[in-house]
Design a protein around this ligand. Sequence first.
Ligand code: MLC
Ligand code: AMP
Length: 493
Amino acid sequence: MLNLFTQAHSLPNKTAIIDPSGSFTFQQLTESSDQVASVLLQGKSDLNQSRVAFMVSPGFDYVKTQWGIWKAGGIAVPLCITYPLPSLTYVLEDTKAEILIVGPEYEEILKEYAVEKGIRMLTLQDLKQSISKNSFPKISKDRGAMILYTSGTTSLPKGVLTTHSNIESQISTLVEAWKWSSDDHTICLLPLHHVHGIINVVSSALWSGASVQFLHPFSAKEVFEVFQESKVNVFMAVPTIYFKLISEFESYSKEAQNQLRECMKQFRLMVSGSAALPVSVMEKWKEISGHYLLERYGMTEIGMAISNPYEGPRKAGYIGKPLPGVSVRLVDEQNNLIDSGQAGEIQIKGDSVFKEYWGKPEATVKSFTKDGWFKTGDIAKVEDEYYRILGRDSVDIIKSGGYKISALEIEEILRKHPAIKDCGVVGIPDEEWGELVSAALVTLEEVDIKALNHWMREQMPAYKTPRKYIILEDLPRNAMGKVVKNDLKKLFS
Ligand code: MLC
Ligand code: AMP
């Protein structure tokens, strides 16, 4: 049995999940995920790492599906629920998914495609069919468990394959470092196709026998309403969410603010990550909630690697120290250790580091040093033992709202538009979003930006689409004719 399921067996009557459809115990989660696994197996002994994609809204159905896939021996491929069809089919084709599970809201989007491609599509209703319970395969920990898509310096997102052992290591380090326990109650607001929501919030809580309350879609007002029920004591979010919560808080009367302050004082832990936390947001949040946010650093390929301490000083502007079981080093461009106090690339080793980029052996080899360190592409310094992120080695990677976005992927789509001759995409600093995706266009004819935006959103998720546009005669280039992205960034200010 996977360690993730241990507490579910020891605490059957405890509440595991609360979502808009109700409250569910660990016993219900165990039984429902067993049922999902039996339907998936259809009498077979093992899915043998077949990819099972699922497009299910955050909540009990999402978790029972994910657990059911793992129990049946499949590799779970969570699909982003706001992806338009082309982004979905990219993932389904890249993973060669054999089974697709869809929530009722998403049936229509995928039905025709699944029929055409002969993918076995199951609805949530199908997962409830009466079927005799299968026996489940024994899963060795080095088998593939999950594929998550992440953008990088190539135009198309890459699938990150983690094994059960990687996932267990990613969860257990956080449970230990942040002292998760079965007394905890957390709220999940984050999308469930990325590690932040899947590993740090949902899996760490359930591993510990804690309760997870789902709120979807994100609404600052509803988050505060849940806070006022006085059950939540652990909260994790990206900086943009803290920014939005602060704006909401500031719109309330003094009395309502004071009530909320009292509720938030009772929390055990509040964490920020996925993007740099502006010091101004950290200070403001301390003022309204009484909590110094614990900032930590992670990546899809490695889970969490560096964290401010649970006990001990949390430093604004710093990501902290290596987590238990994670080895971290800083190196120069030749992978030589840098002198202390100098800036270098963060490289990571440990059981939490992913197995491979799915179907991309060359990219996998390129992302590791010869002696097995994973190259993050993030540049940092150590000051008084605390790591501080200085930036990234590629200007083509943008972080907006906590999402990692490839400038190259957006450029490739923009260039397909008949009125666009050339383009350059960059991230412009923004207090709320971290960076704003911004596009400079060289056009062949007049372009209606509203219509262009609409067209873009049919091809890629809204969070990847440009928020600012400028039209240029030509893009800034160096003597070799290459676009100089840093010069381009200046043109937006
Ligand atoms: C949305 N909007 C944006 C935007 N995204 N504007 C600028 N930049 C962006 N990136 C606008 C929309 O157009 C809309 O405006 C309004 O914001 C609301 O849109 P929405 O889609 O409803 O946004 P919202 O639900 O408010 O989303 C904000 C958010 C979301 C912060 C909740 O972005 C989010 O969940 N981010 C978390 C991503 C995450 O989990 N990353 C972790 C990756 S793992 P209008 O005018 O049209 O109404 C990782 C590793 C690690 O990074 O270390 O954790
Ligand atoms: P993703 O590929 O979506 O998992 O994003 C991982 C990237 O998010 C890292 O490589 C960092 O660039 C960034 N990141 C995560 N946490 C932090 C943080 N606390 N501060 C700055 N950047 C962060």
